[in-house]
Design a protein around this ligand. Structure first.
Ligand SMILES: NC(=O)C1=CN([C@@H]2O[C@H](COP(=O)(O)OP(=O)(O)OC[C@H]3O[C@@H](n4cnc5c(N)ncnc54)[C@H](OP(=O)(O)O)[C@@H]3O)[C@@H](O)[C@H]2O)C=CC1
Ligand SMILES: O=C1O[C@H](COP(=O)(O)O)[C@@H](O)[C@H](O)[C@H]1O
Length: 492
């Protein structure tokens, strides 16, 4: 019997498993990684025998205290699956062992013990998850190499991967000397969102979408990820990383890659990653003249922020994919902290019909009117979430004597329609994929390096950040960047 409430379903990895989470006291571990592991456990998707070791330089007290702290976090973030009895059973397999970039001896001994405890010995698999600041990623990889921890381990690396092309190359070289590429999982949790699979299914599981997924029919693609949260205690991270490296070079570009890819021959890791790489090769290096940086009012007064900081907390830019499918179609990317709301929307706007038989007088009460007397174009919107909503906005004739057009929204939420199936939260899904050795939704070194090349002009010559009010949609200049159709949020 599995330690969870029900027998392990066929999908649970079978071999005993030891997981080491480096950065176990950090924000990501608390909010996503331990809750994600707990969700897998509750769903019977962890192997029967497993151990989890949290690691970092500073022990958060005794193992008991570590478990108590994590218990609070998992209760808060794992949602309805949390229950005390289950948590106690999970926590019994959990401990903390200190390590640092130059000392992993105690950890290596603890991993050996844990492998034996699972009963799997040599057969027990080992997964090392580096949830540490990017600045020490290379030194940590060297440490797990030197201690022998990496010898047969799967290595999961958090984003951002390096801080520019040179550092990403150096990190890749370090990793290649320690772990072969087929055991390296560069994580970007936006790729784990249920919405990404929804998009692949829409495009490749239906005849209709694929036939108009190109420059002939699509006028623009908007990837809009405003966040209402501010620094949340991560001032140090923001000051050293900035929003361009944190969000654009990673999450937003990866979503762009999925939207723009050519149909792969099969939905396998190799085929999908190869197609995404082809998109990134066709992606024109970003132009600083078409990039707007912003900094929210009051940022410099935040604790841990330099008084004269020029770090950007907001980015909007126009990207272009120079290939046969997309030439001339703007890809608009926007994200920022302390904005009007937290949403993640992909909006694909379609071209006008060649001959429009309806004029402005036929539009109903403004709901199809773009505010300038023109008709809002048709658009497909996808919420980039784990419970995505798909919406197709069309013009529809209103019943009655008058020839009036109204806005017709066709909406579909797979998780409601297929109510008996529960979507997996992004980190939960990606942890499971890594345990199973499935690299489909992880990024390859060549993708990451190409993206740094694309970002290089903006990194070399960053625009001055323009001020914007908290709770707004960013600097005025960024609003104009998205003309004529505008950003997805808040209008969508
Ligand atoms: N937080 C988030 O929302 C997200 C974060 N990420 C990525 O996850 C990673 C971790 O981020 P986050 O959890 O926010 O960061 P935090 O600063 O909250 O935590 C970092 C962790 O790393 C440990 N650490 C720091 N320096 C060292 C060192 N020299 N040697 C060993 N351990 C060290 C710290 O523990 P100690 O000081 O005890 O060593 C701490 O546990 C980053 O790469 C980030 O980009 C990705 C997606 C979302
Ligand atoms: O990687 C990151 O992502 C979060 C946004 O993702 P979410 O799933 O936590 O909403 C972002 O806030 C953070 O700055 C960034 O490091």
């Amino acid at each position: 019997m599995n330690a969870a409430d029900h027998p392990a379903p066929a999908e649970a990895p079978a071999d005993p498993q030891v997981l080491v989470i480096f950065g176990a006291t950090g924000d990501l571990a608390r909010r996503n990684l331990f809750p994600g592991l707990f969700r897998l456990y509750a769903a019977g998707l962890l192997p029967e025998d497993f151990r989890v070791i949290g690691s970092g330089r500073h022990a958060p007290g005794s193992d008991e205290e570590f478990r108590d702290q994590l218990g609070e976090a998992v209760r808060e973030f794992a949602g309805e699956v949390f229950d005390e009895r289950r948590w106690k059973a999970f926590a019994a397999r959990l401990g903390f062992v200190a390590s640092s970039t130059d000392d992993g001896a105690e950890l290596a001994a603890a991993v050996d013990r844990a492998r034996r405890d699972t009963g799997g010995g040599e057969r027990a698999r080992l997964l090392l998850y580096l949830s540490v600041p990017p600045s020490i990623a290379g030194a940590m990889v060297e440490m797990v190499g030197a201690t022998g921890l990496a010898d047969d381990a799967t290595l999961v690396m958090e984003k951002p991967f390096g801080t520019d092309l040179a550092s990403a190359r150096a990190l890749d070289a370090t990793i290649a000397g320690v772990v072969p590429e087929e055991r390296v999982f560069r994580i970007d949790h936006f790729l784990g969102l249920e919405a990404v699979r929804t998009l692949l299914a829409l495009r490749f599981g239906n005849g209709i979408f694929e036939s108009f997924w190109n420059r002939e029919h699509i006028a623009s693609v908007v990837i809009d990820v405003p966040e209402d949260l501010g620094l949340e205690g991560r001032a140090g991270f923001m000051e050293s990383t900035g929003t361009f490296r944190d969000m654009v070079t990673t999450h937003l570009c990866q979503i762009l890659g999925v939207v723009a890819l050519e149909p792969p021959a099969r939905l396998t890791a190799d085929a999908l990653r190869a197609e995404k790489l082809r998109v990134f090769r066709a992606l024109r290096p970003f132009d600083p003249a078409e990039t707007v940086f912003g900094q929210f009012d009051g940022y410099r007064a935040e604790e841990g922020v330099a008084e004269d900081s020029t770090v950007e907390t907001f980015v909007a830019l126009r990207a272009r994919v120079d290939n046969r499918r997309w030439r001339g179609v703007p890809f608009l990317l926007r994200t920022g902290k302390a904005m009007g709301s937290s949403q993640r929307l992909l909006t694909v706007t379609f071209r006008e019909p060649p001959l429009d038989l309806f004029d402005a007088d036929d539009l109903d009460d403004g709901d199809l009117d773009d505010g300038n007397g023109a008709r809002l174009p048709d658009a497909l919107t996808l919420e980039l979430s784990d419970h995505p909503l798909v919406r197709l906005r069309l013009a529809a004739r209103r019943p009655g004597a008058q020839p009036r057009l109204g806005r017709g929204d066709f909406t579909f939420r797979p998780a409601e329609f297929f109510a008996e199936d529960e979507p997996l939260e992004a980190y939960t899904r990606l942890l499971l994929d890594a345990l199973r050795g499935d690299q489909t939704l992880f990024t390859g070194s060549d993708e990451v390096e190409r993206l740094w090349e694309v970002c290089e002009p903006v990194l070399r010559d960053p625009p001055d950040p323009l001020p914007y009010a908290r709770g707004s949609w960013g600097p005025e200049a960024a609003l104009r960047l998205a003309d004529p159709h505008g950003w997805a949020v808040p209008e969508a």
